[in-house]
Write a protein that binds this ligand. Structure first.
Ligand code: NAD
Length: 372
């Protein structure tokens, strides 16, 4: 199979879908690999390293999309990429379709075979989302701490405390992978942490990992209100896999938060979990509403491209090799984790929460075997 890796075009996104190590594995499995020149540069991976690993370097993304049967990327397709995708071309990347009607319609219109990292599921876990969530959870605390600074619109308290000033209070809503990594980073820096989740099982798993003094509680309305009033940094880290993020803080509740506090909506890639959230970029990450600083970057791990690219490529490699190993339908039907990653195929949606997010139930098919 011809496997292609174009350069990411999202603002300040420096990650790359394939590292030279991954390229070598595809080449050794008998595939041809095309890498867009400069694709890995932002993550410290130059064209020469890819050439040595056996890749063919091509001048631009048009050539990659034109020739490759399997595209391995990082972020969702952006409008300039829609017309480059060909019918039945397999695109293996983060899609977050429930957050974008425009991209969902483009996948249907272009008949893209969309295999989304974020819905590949093994034993109830999301192994391809997990490494990026681990990075994003840690970045969330660093971003929250940075924007507590006076110059950034924050309330001007030093997050780690000093000279009798107490450390910042962090509220984390969602105690999964992002939540756990945020909580461990925050407590490691000496910040005071409260985690809320709707799932008591998640809370029981998290509780023993955190130091004394941390609070791990069920997300109930009264608890949420009381914690919102106290928090300096609030991290939104909820997920219902494949679906639009649930809204956990309303506009009304925003008024309860102290001015100069920082909201970090990590779930913005799934549409955002605060009613007042709107997508921002790594180069222009914050805005202020009701006096509260909002950080809503959809590609937070992209800020630390080398760490993130190596972790992502390592996680996706075995799945990508399987995808490239034979006839797509046969491969998917024999591999439930990869099948759970299939969001769109042959002009139909194959993931129900995405169809439901946009009232596109007529374009939904539950079974791959029914599609030609
Ligand atoms: N912005 C970024 O750059 C970036 C990077 C990585 C991950 N993410 C996103 O972060 C989000 C969280 O990912 P994750 O890997 O931690 O998911 P996860 O499944 O590990 O954890 C999500 C948690 O949210 C909880 N939850 C769901 N609804 C809730 C509610 N109403 N109240 C309280 N808790 C609730 C679930 O019980 C679960 O424990 C996802 O949307 C993911 O796509 C964003």
């Amino acid at each position: 199979m011809i496997v292609g890796c174009p350069k990411e075009i999202k603002v300040n996104e420096k990650r790359v879908g394939l590292t030279p190590l991954a390229v070598r594995a595809y080449v050794e499995a008998g595939h041809e690999v095309l890498i867009e020149s400069g694709a890995g540069q932002g993550a410290g991976l130059d064209d020469e390293a890819y050439r040595l690993a056996g890749a063919k370097i091509v001048a631009n993304n048009v050539l990659v999309w034109e020739k490759a049967e399997l595209i391995v990327k990082v972020k969702e397709l952006l409008p300039p990429e829609y017309p480059l995708a060909k019918p039945y071309q397999i695109v293996f990347t983060f899609f977050h379709l429930a957050a974008s009607l425009e991209l969902t319609l483009a996948c249907l219109e272009r008949k893209i075979t969309a295999i989304a990292y974020e819905t590949v599921t093994v034993g109830g876990e999301l192994p391809l989302l997990k490494p990026m969530s681990a990075v994003a959870g840690r970045v969330a605390i660093l971003a929250g701490a940075t924007h507590l600074a006076s110059f950034a619109g924050g309330k001007g308290i030093l997050p780690v405390g000093a000279l009798g000033g107490p450390p910042a209070k962090v509220l984390i809503i969602g105690g999964g992978v992002v939540g756990q990594n945020a909580a461990l980073t925050a407590t490691g820096l000496g910040l005071t942490v409260t985690v809320l989740d709707k799932d008591p099982v998640k809370l029981d798993l998290l509780r023993p990992l955190l130091p004394d003094g941390s609070k791990v509680l069920l997300n109930e309305p009264n608890t949420l209100v009381s914690e919102l009033k106290k928090a300096d940094i609030i991290i939104g880290a909820v997920l219902n896999p494949g679906a639009k993020a649930p809204k956990v803080i309303s506009r009304e509740q925003l008024k309860l938060i102290q001015p100069g506090s920082v909201l970090v909506d990590v779930a913005i890639d799934q549409g955002g979990c605060f009613e007042s959230s709107r997508l921002t970029t790594l180069s222009d990450p914050v805005y202020v509403e009701e006096g509260v600083v909002h950080y809503c970057v959809g590609n937070m791990p992209g800020a630390y491209a080398k760490t993130a690219a190596l972790a992502l490529s390592e996680a996706t490699l075995p799945y990508g090799l399987t995808l490239a190993s034979g006839d797509l339908k046969t491969v998917l039907l024999a591999n439930p984790p990869l099948l759970s990653g299939l969001n769109a195929y042959a002009g139909y949606l194959t993931l129900k929460p995405v169809a439901e997010a946009f009232g596109l139930e007529k374009s939904y098919r539950a079974s791959l075997t029914a599609l030609s």
